[in-house]
Structures are given as C-alpha cells and as structure tokens.
Design a protein around this ligand. Structure first.
Ligand code: CP
Length: 315
C-alpha cells in the first residue's frame, strides 16, 4: 500500500493533541459504528489492505481484544505479538521493533507501554514512513481510547455532558484513565470532582481542572456519575500492603452508600475491577452500572480511531 509521506506520522497518543473537530468526529463516528454493529448493518472495509500490529507491553483484556475485533471488522489483517517473548526482551528498542514490523508492511501500530510519553518521540523518529501509531495506554499519562469510550458512554445516556457532575474516585495518581477522562469530559462541559486516599491523590499542580473532595461522600453528593478506579498496584513504588477491607469501607462503592448520597447516580469503572475492594458486586452488576456498556463501546470507538488514522495516512 502506498500513500503520501507527511511531515508527521498520524498518531493518537493523547486527546489533548487533537482538535475539537477531530474529537467530535471520532465520537460521532464511533456512535454511528455502534449503531451499525447493533443492527448487524454492513460495515465499511475501511482497513482493507492494512495490517495492524498489537504491541502490548502491559497486560490487557478489553483494550487488546477490542482493538483486534475493531481492526478485523474493518477488514484489516491483525497480528498480536507476545511482547514477553518478543525481541524487545533481548534489548531491541520499541523504535526498532516498529521499523522491523513496518519492513514487513505493517502500517498501523497499537501500543500499550508502562513508559510515559514515549510514543510521540518514537513517532517523531519515524517521520517519512507510511505508518500510524495509537496508544493503548501509556503509563500513568494517557489512555485516549478509554477516554473516548467513557465520554461516549455518557453521551449516549445524557445526550451531552454540559453541566453534568462526574466524580472520579480511588487511585487517581496512578491512573491514566482518570487523566484522559478528566480531559475529555471537561472539554465536553462536565464538572469533574476527584477524591481518594491521601496517597492516591495527585500533587496540587496536577489535574487542576477537577475539584478535589475530602471524602467519597463529598465527591458523590449530587453527582450524576461516579467512576471508581482500579488500585494500580503495578505502578506503586512504596513498600507495604494495602488494607483492602479498610479501603472498601472508606472508598468502596456500595449500594447503601449510593442510595443515601447519590440515589440517581450511574456508576462506571474502566475495568478490570476488584470486587469488594473498589466496588461492591451488587453495584458492579446492578442496574446503575455502565461497566459492560463501557466494554461494549470499546469496539466502535477503536474502529473509529483506526479508520481515522488510516484516513490520515492518505490525507
Ligand atoms: N480498561 C482497560 O484498559 O482494560 P484492560 O487493561 O483490560 O485493557
């Protein structure tokens, strides 16, 4: 496949890097693709002739599976590399891995990595190549497609996010999901609140667009949506064990607590979640939960993103 060589390769590493037109396009296109998927409508072969490589250096279930399903539904060929057995283990850099696969005619790269803000420099080093890179989650920094999923989940429910109050609670400081959600939902007009244990709150200069609350109840009071976050043990450098029962008592989402403080609130969690630690099963599996809707929207959102990147390749 050939195309125009550009001064920058198409990427999606942070929603902060895309303009309002692109953001609105991705959300509207994902919504349209969701309707097509729901009605078994004919899907466009937008990625026909393209090969997508999934490079996941960190564990994943929903992001990896939905990127693969998204790509195959648009007609792409997909390869999933087992990065624990790839040549990066032998010292090959991510840049050289991408160059190597591109020599085999792979054009779209989906990368999850523990490093932060490493993908854009890799993309910058590949200028002139006919390829595109999308983040599937970079360290604590960003998870742009999850941000789109979370925004679309609420847009489908509310129509728009103007004036809606969204409380994000738990392990904020280690969460790329929180960063992307706060960015995109704030851009769409929502009021954001954050709350968590002292060790899980970001420094004062970080995430200033969200109002800080001192307790779960304060964050939830009058909220339209409460999003719980997974405790990101893999990003913690401190020694010691977490008192899960104590955490659940103070920060866990329970039906009793919601019924008293935010009786109409919807509940989200990007997953994977720890039952009876961050969220009670009765809430996660109950009628106010949007968790599986978030999972389902992973496919159309990632279809929209891959299709957009493929179009950008030829723009
Ligand atoms: N929400 C999310 O990124 O889940 P996975 O780690 O399973 O991909």
């Amino acid at each position: 496949m050939t195309g125009n060589l550009r001064s920058a390769i198409p990427t999606l590493t942070s929603l902060a890097d895309i303009g309002d037109d692109s953001l609105q396009h991705l959300l509207a296109r994902a919504d349209a693709l969701d309707q097509l998927l729901s009605s078994n409508g004919a899907l466009p072969a937008s990625l026909s002739g393209i090969t997508v490589a999934n490079l996941f250096f960190e564990p994943s279930t929903r992001t990896r599976a939905s990127f693969e399903l998204a790509a195959t539904r648009l007609g792409a060929h997909v390869i999933n590399l087992d990065m624990a057995r790839a040549s990066t283990v032998k010292g090959e850099s991510l840049l050289d891995t991408i160059r190597t696969l591109h020599a085999m005619n792979v054009q779209l790269f989906v990368v999850r990595h523990a490093g932060e803000r490493i993908l854009q420099p890799v993309a910058d080093a590949l200028v002139g190549q006919y390829l595109a890179i999308v983040s599937a989650g970079e360290g604590r920094a960003d998870h742009p497609t999850q941000g789109l999923i979370d925004a679309l989940t609420l847009l489908q429910r509310f129509g728009n996010l103007e004036g809606r109050t969204i409380a994000i609670v738990g392990d904020i400081v280690h969460s790329r999901v929180a960063r992307s959600a706060i960015h995109v939902m704030g851009r769409l007009g929502a009021n954001l609140r954050i709350a968590g244990p002292a060790g899980f709150m970001p420094p004062a200069e970080d995430l200033q667009e969200a109002v800080r609350c001192a307790s779960l109840d304060e964050a939830m009071d009058g909220a339209d949506v409460v999003m719980a976050l997974r405790i990101q043990r893999e990003r913690m450098t401190e020694e010691g064990t977490l008192d899960e029962m104590g955490y659940f008592t103070e920060w866990g989402l329970t039906e009793n607590r919601l019924a008293h403080i935010a009786p109409d609130a919807l509940v989200m969690h990007p997953g994977p979640f720890n039952r009876e630690v961050e969220i009670a099963s009765e809430v996660a599996d109950g009628p106010r939960s949007l968790i599986l809707r978030q999972v389902a929207l992973g496919i159309p959102v990632r279809m929209a993103v891959l299709e957009w990147l493929a179009q950008e390749l030829d723009a």
